[in-house]
Write a protein that binds this ligand. Structure first.
Ligand code: NIG
Ligand code: FE
Length: 392
């Protein structure tokens, strides 16, 4: 197998404290070698072993590709008018999801797939090398299953979110919809999904419904993650911890008890700053979560309603400026934090044996991600050792 060395790396974020400085395990003047899909060597540039191919990165920063552990990419249409109305004083409500459901049901498989491909290209350009995507805009057995089938061609991290909202045709029979989700729809979707999720919030599903939905999914071999405490304080976080969910996502409105529960659990608090930005909501108490010892991930939440961004650097910049993460914490949360939220150990780090999912920046250090907001700093992305962006 041919080996490629990335040499003359100004600053290499490994996310392994034993390899370099600080929690990010930073090695200055570094090199990295990958063979096929995996990293085979990491260390000081002066000691790089001989390889078939060398790429001189001219002092640029290199970090693990971002892990986007929360996105909703299986949809059609957009909701720019709803965004404009919010910016003029309107409020975000879960009910807006139904307008995307109508558009998505009316789209062909080809349209859904080309919209997905367009968004995945954007994700890669922003430095994301692993992404999760949910269903949740079909809300019939056929529409949810087809979304997951299409998504599963591009990522193993697919999430069944039949419990996004109760669709209009079940408005008078929410219990009937929960029954559909937990039986026929789940059976059709489980073969194409790794995860089950539920939107446990005002205007969506209550605590009892959320528990029933997650239990049914777990019984079919799926692992749990939860949309929790986005619109108001509620039982979502506690249910996520109780069910050993990999992640409680949003966490916009947290009680002291929620913070304590997350800190004492295996459940990652996944923060989605793009959603607070685009819905003009308060930002979550990230500092309190971190100081209590919770594991924090940052993800895009890319979706047409509450957060139509594919840019992890944008989310990092907001997490630093508005949520008071340090730049190091934000980069860790967007890489290793995302890997933890997906219960993956092969990504989110640049160490021997990890996947060669690598981001080289047009900047000398990872600090520039927050320091230069809104600037495209992606120089090159490798996914499983394959270059995905022509260097600029
Ligand atoms: O994560 N909160 C639920 N789902 C999405 C929003 C979906 C939409 O508005 O279309 C979210 O923010
Ligand atoms: Fe979401």
């Amino acid at each position: 197998m041919s080996a490629t060395a990335l040499t003359n790396i100004g600053s290499l974020v490994t996310n392994d404290e034993t390899l370099g400085n600080g929690a990010l395990g930073i090695i200055e003047d570094a090199a990295l070698v990958f063979e096929g899909e995996l990293i085979s060597w990491v260390g000081p540039a002066a000691k790089v072993p001989a390889t078939d191919q060398q790429i001189d990165l001219a002092g640029r920063a290199v970090l693990p590709g971002f892990v986007d552990s929360h996105a909703h990419l299986m949809f059609a249409g957009d909701r720019s008018a709803e965004f404009a109305a919010r910016m003029a004083g309107g409020q975000y409500e879960a009910g807006g999801i139904r307008s995307t459901v109508a558009k998505t049901r009316g789209a062909s498989d080809g349209e859904l797939e080309s919209n997905l491909l367009r968004l995945v290209d954007e994700l890669h350009r922003s430095g994301i090398t692993t992404f999760e995507t949910k269903s949740g805009y079909g809300l019939t057995t056929v529409d949810e299953a087809r979304a997951l089938k299409i998504a599963n061609r591009l990522t193993p991290e697919t999430t069944f979110l039949g419990a996004h909202v109760v669709p209009a045709e079940f408005a008078d029979d929410p219990a009937g919809y929960v029954d559909l989700v937990t039986h026929e729809m789940l059976t059709a979707c489980a073969p194409h999904a790794r995860w089950i999720d539920v939107f446990c919030d005002r205007g969506a599903f209550d605590g009892d419904q959320a528990r029933a939905i997650l239990r049914a999914g777990i019984a079919q071999g799926l692992m749990a993650r939860v949309h929790a405490n986005q619109l108001q304080a509620g039982p979502g976080v506690a249910i996520a911890v109780e069910m050993d969910a990999a992640s409680a996502d949003h966490c916009t409105y947290l009680s002291d008890a929620d913070i304590k529960l997350l800190a004492g659990s295996n459940t990652v608090a996944t923060l989605l700053p793009g959603a607070e930005f685009s819905t003009r909501s308060p930002y979550p108490a990230a500092r309190r979560l971190l100081d209590a010892g919770a594991t924090v991930a940052i993800a895009t939440d890319c979706n047409p309603g509450s957060s139509y961004t594919t840019s992890m650097p944008f989310c990092i910049a907001i997490a630093v400026r508005e949520m008071h993460l340090t730049p190091d914490e934000a980069v860790w949360s967007a890489t290793m934090g995302g890997a933890r939220a997906l219960r993956r150990t092969d990504i989110g780090r640049l160490t021997v044996g990890a996947r060669a999912d690598i981001l080289a920046l047009n900047a000398p250090s990872h600090l520039h991600l927050a320091y230069r907001p809104g600037v495209d700093l992606t120089h090159q992305v490798w996914i499983g050792g394959r270059a995905h962006r022509v260097a600029s």
